[in-house]
Design a protein around this ligand. Structure first.
Ligand SMILES: Cc1cc2nc3c(=O)[nH]c(=O)nc-3n(C[C@H](O)[C@H](O)[C@H](O)COP(=O)(O)OP(=O)(O)OC[C@H]3O[C@@H](n4cnc5c(N)ncnc54)[C@H](O)[C@@H]3O)c2cc1C
Length: 408
């Protein structure tokens, strides 16, 4: 074993890079340990390669956690303003869209990573790549951090910033849960979040590849769950698109953590028209003898002609046979709230985020220090803190990373 570092940061993702920067700025000697061949691989894939690094509306209300107070306390110390100042100070110009999403002005995630890597160089952070931490042990000096290939380092303090379990090809394979658990931390069962849904329904088969603007509402155990307006995408296996990703967390928790079988999404295909108006329009069309397949022509994409006979039959089975006002009403109701039973979620390889992780009540609110082991800190997605899509999760990674790095 050679040098003793003040601080070892496990994971060179968003949280780890921010933690290393703040640790080095306060004068600590810092080593940043990354299992992949280079830092920030996931960062490069964020925001479709543009990196939506923050949302102007950042507040604790945008997050769920075992300890909402922890999120509030971290964002009080390092919120939207501080995150902007941090990046602008690194030389990164920023721009926001109309919904408050903040991106680098270059529209390139690579710019975000570049300014962080330059900061690592400037501050003398030692970056060890291909260093897959598989054990951390308490030692008189603080900690010994062992890699799978036999290398090790010693450090007075350690920050676990290895992320969750989503997109394992980009580095986060859940190993930091095991490292945290080795110090006695409780892990809230991680489940994939912001993830497409598995649905067996002929509509998905016929409409695969079709995107449209909808309202999507989750139903769990017969009760209404979160709902949102946005894009829906029919796929070969079920449903995707931003609106589906946005409501997927509660469904994934119900299915993958709680074992709930009764899960569904109700989709409003015609959010721009009230149900009564739609029923009147369909009634006119039915009376005028429009063919079943063309009943939604001009209201929905042309591909819907393939499924209108099915929807018409479903409406008939629900008590609206024939071509009268009742049939029009039932068909309008089906188009305004068509239920799809959700069988499961797609895998970790398609989940943008992990819901669950290290119980947030087990870290100190101001410092993110472990309440179970002095000198151990946790930051980023490894904690049971999850934000909505739109820049909140990266904001949490920067904020929690920076705050954890400040602790002596
Ligand atoms: C495709 C995609 C797009 C996304 N887009 C956005 C977006 O635009 N805006 C947004 O806010 N959020 C986005 N997210 C979510 C966001 O990227 C994450 O919440 C955020 O990166 C979490 O940061 P982190 O540092 O905690 O973990 P990660 O970014 O996952 O970084 C963890 C790092 O630790 C390393 N590591 C893990 N275990 C070990 C170990 N044992 N030893 C050494 N190294 C280890 C990993 O290789 C990785 O580099 C997106 C996620 C994905 C997958």
């Amino acid at each position: 074993m050679s040098e003793l570092f003040d601080l070892a940061v496990v994971g060179a993702g968003a949280a780890g890079l921010a933690a290393a920067a703040s640790g080095a700025r306060r004068g600590a000697s810092v080593v940043l340990l990354e299992r992949l061949s280079r830092p920030g691989k996931k960062l490069l894939a964020t925001g479709g390669g543009r990196c939506n690094l923050l949302n102007e509306g950042l507040s604790a209300a945008a997050f769920t956690s075992t300890d909402p107070g922890l999120v509030a306390s971290v964002l009080d110390r390092f919120g939207a303003k501080e995150i902007k100042v941090f990046f602008e100070g690194l030389g990164l110009s920023l721009q926001s869209d109309e919904s408050g999403r903040v991106y680098p002005a270059t529209n390139q995630a690579a710019s975000v990573l570049k300014v962080l890597e330059l900061e690592m160089e400037r501050r003398g952070v030692t970056v060890e790549t291909g260093f897959d931490v598989d054990r951390i042990t308490a030692a008189p000096v603080g900690f010994i951090v062992d890699a799978a290939d036999g290398r090790n380092i010693a450090a007075r303090a350690v920050i676990l910033a290895g992320g969750g379990r989503s997109y394992p090809a980009l580095g986060s394979n859940g190993s930091c849960y095991d490292l945290a658990a080795s110090f006695g931390h409780r892990i809230v069962t991680p489940v994939p979040s912001a993830v497409p849904l598995l649905v067996k329904d002929r509509m998905c088969h016929f409409l695969q590849g079709q995107r449209l603007r909808t309202c999507v509402a989750a139903r769990i155990g017969g009760r209404p769950g979160p709902s949102t307006e946005g894009e829906l995408l029919f796929t070969q296996y079920g449903l995707s698109g931003t609106a589906v990703l946005d409501v997927s967390e509660s469904l994934s928790i119900a299915l993958n953590r709680d074992g709930e079988k009764d899960t569904a999404v109700a989709v409003d295909f015609v959010p721009f028209m009230p149900e009564k108006e739609l029923a009147d329009e369909l009634s006119k069309r039915l009376r005028a003898g429009w063919p079943e397949r063309d009943l939604a022509a001009g209201l929905l994409p042309e591909k819907f002609a393939l499924v209108m006979p099915q929807l018409f039959r479903e409406a008939a089975a629900a008590g609206g046979p024939g071509r009268g006002a009742d049939a029009a009403q039932k068909l309008a109701a089906a188009l305004k709230s068509r239920e799809f039973r959700v069988q499961g979620t797609r895998s970790w390889n398609e989940a943008e985020f992990t819901s669950g992780g290290v119980d947030a009540r087990e870290v100190a609110p101001r410092t993110l220090g472990s309440k179970l082991r002095k000198g151990l800190y946790l930051a980023g997605e490894v904690l049971d803190v999850q934000g909505g899509r739109g820049g909140y999760n990266l904001a949490w990674a920067w904020a929690s990373g920076f705050v954890a790095g400040l602790a002596e």
